[in-house]
Design a protein around this ligand. Structure first.
Ligand SMILES: Cc1cc2nc3c(=O)[nH]c(=O)nc-3n(C[C@H](O)[C@H](O)[C@H](O)COP(=O)(O)OP(=O)(O)OC[C@H]3O[C@@H](n4cnc5c(N)ncnc54)[C@H](O)[C@@H]3O)c2cc1C
Length: 441
């Protein structure tokens, strides 16, 4: 007789593991439990996994949004012991072993939180109001529309000061995201603006990268920082180091030395903080915005609630202040917890987590990248090729890998960022109409 999968799933006689968040940690965890004697329920407010390391390429029109996203149902659908609900989790009620969401409550035997992180404005409310962010596909599409709209708008403006403000792009934070964005925008100025907006001098476009540290890529080796700085300067990105952004509004920002910069576009890439939920306050490290977990990923004070990835603050001798908030930590923690839950079923002793650092890399432009691997630091073409291989290999789904490789190949040969469509105009807060149509008389 024909039966619905839903019924089969509901009748499974296994403990229910509710996983909140299908990012790097959550998805890896779930995949490791495929076909195992646990009933897994994935809850995510989105219907897709997002490959955040390539968001900046969507924002700068090198890749389409669909090539870095992967629908959860493609992963969960074929798994007989898993289900997915698109739901935003609002609260955890540990005493009743339930999570409350915008579509109803769900009961759990084991709860795994892998909620990731959000932009940290370090209490600067003004900047939180005006700056753009890069944490999701929709925010990446906003940035893409914004810079394209500013280009179009600049062509119809009469006042030079207005025009310059339009073409002045400020990025706050010279970590990997800021550096990668700045490099990609600089390449757009060199190719797209110069060749296709010929009525306008491409030199009018400024890309300013601001950081309160004394060097770019502070978490990398000094050699990689120096290489990255050299590449950025070759691409005419203006660096403002040892400077802090204090305030800003729709058309300018001010810095801690009292100077001001006129700009319509500020992108904030200066920090992240964990996404936490009401209900588990005893396990929360408030200042870090992360849950304190032991080496088995259990949240302090709870033996059936675990935290993985960006939201987990786990101390190891080599990481006394917790692991870096990067994808490799999230993936390794997801895999490790699944492994331990399977060991628990067999009544085997649990294994404590140890992070294996595989290195860091950032790309600045065509044949310009930096890699730190153990004691080795190198840059240039080899680093660039390595960066591409590692990122393609980590993408979820064969189609995505093929599309990304094709797009990169095409871009390399044609020198063009092809995906430059304003399909969803970006409307700033407090602006009634999208900017390109507000031409000056
Ligand atoms: C622009 C950018 C570039 C990056 N580049 C790199 C890089 O090059 N290399 C690297 O290693 N790392 C990089 N990172 C960091 C890396 O992406 C994160 O460390 C990693 O995504 C963390 O994985 P996670 O599973 O903890 O969370 P995430 O991957 O962020 O997943 C969290 C999931 O939780 C869901 N969620 C959140 N709140 C709720 C809720 N209330 N209810 C339901 N679902 C919810 C979200 O929708 C999301 O799917 C980058 C990050 C960004 C933003």
């Amino acid at each position: 007789m024909w039966t619905l999968d839903k019924h089969r799933y509901d009748k499974l006689p296994y403990p229910t593991v509710v996983v909140v968040g299908g990012g790097f940690a959550g998805l890896e965890f779930i995949q490791r439990l495929a076909g195992k004697p646990y009933k897994v329920l994935l809850l995510d407010k989105q219907n897709h996994h997002c490959f955040q390391p390539l968001l900046y390429q969507v924002a700068t029109a090198s890749l389409g949004a669909d090539s870095i996203g992967h629908p959860f149902r493609r992963t969960v659908g074929p798994m007989p012991n898993a289900a997915f609900r698109m739901a935003e989790v609002l609260r955890v009620v540990p005493e009743r072993k339930r999570v409350e969401t915008n579509v109803g409550d769900f009961a759990y035997d084991i709860l795994v939180l892998a909620l990731g992180s959000t932009t940290n404005f370090f209490g600067n409310r003004q900047m939180a109001e005006v700056a753009m962010q890069l944490k999701s596909i929709s925010q990446a599409l906003d940035i893409r529309s914004d810079f394209l709209q500013e280009f179009e708008r600049a062509l119809v403006l009469k006042e030079e000061s207005d025009l310059k403000r339009c073409l002045n792009f400020v990025i706050v934070g010279a970590g990997p995201t800021g550096v990668e964005l700045a490099g990609a925008l600089a390449e757009i100025r060199r190719t797209v603006l110069r060749n296709e907006y010929r009525e306008m001098a491409s030199e009018l476009m400024r890309i300013v990268l601001i950081d309160s540290n004394e060097r770019v890529l502070k978490s990398f080796s000094e050699k990689s920082s120096a290489n990255a700085e050299r590449y950025l300067k070759q691409l005419h990105v203006e660096l403002m180091l040892n400077k802090r952004v204090m305030s800003g509004d729709e058309d300018h920002i001010t810095l801690d030395d009292g100077s001001a910069l006129d700009t319509n576009t500020v992108i904030w890439a200066a920090g992240v903080k964990g996404v936490t939920l009401p209900g588990l306050e005893t396990g929360l490290h408030e200042r870090a915005g992360r849950y304190i977990v032991d080496r088995f990923s259990a949240i302090h004070g709870f033996n059936d609630v675990y935290a993985l990835g960006d939201i987990a603050l786990m101390e190891e001798p080599a990481y006394p202040r917790g692991h870096p908030q990067v994808a490799t930590v999230a993936i390794q923690q997801g895999r490790h917890l699944a492994h331990n839950l399977l060991r628990a079923l067999e009544k085997k002793a649990l294994v404590p987590f140890s992070y294996r650092d595989k290195g860091s890399m950032a790309v600045i432009g065509r044949r310009k990248a930096v890699v730190d691997m153990g004691r080795w630091s190198f840059g240039g073409t080899v680093a660039w090729l390595m960066w591409m291989l590692v990122h393609v290999a980590q993408l979820v789904g064969f189609r995505n890998r093929a599309v990304v490789l094709f797009n990169w190949g095409w871009k390399y040969l044609s020198w063009r960022n092809t995906i430059r469509l304003i399909v969803r105009p970006y409307v700033r807060k407090g602006t009634a109409v999208a900017r390109p149509f507000v031409a000056q008389e």
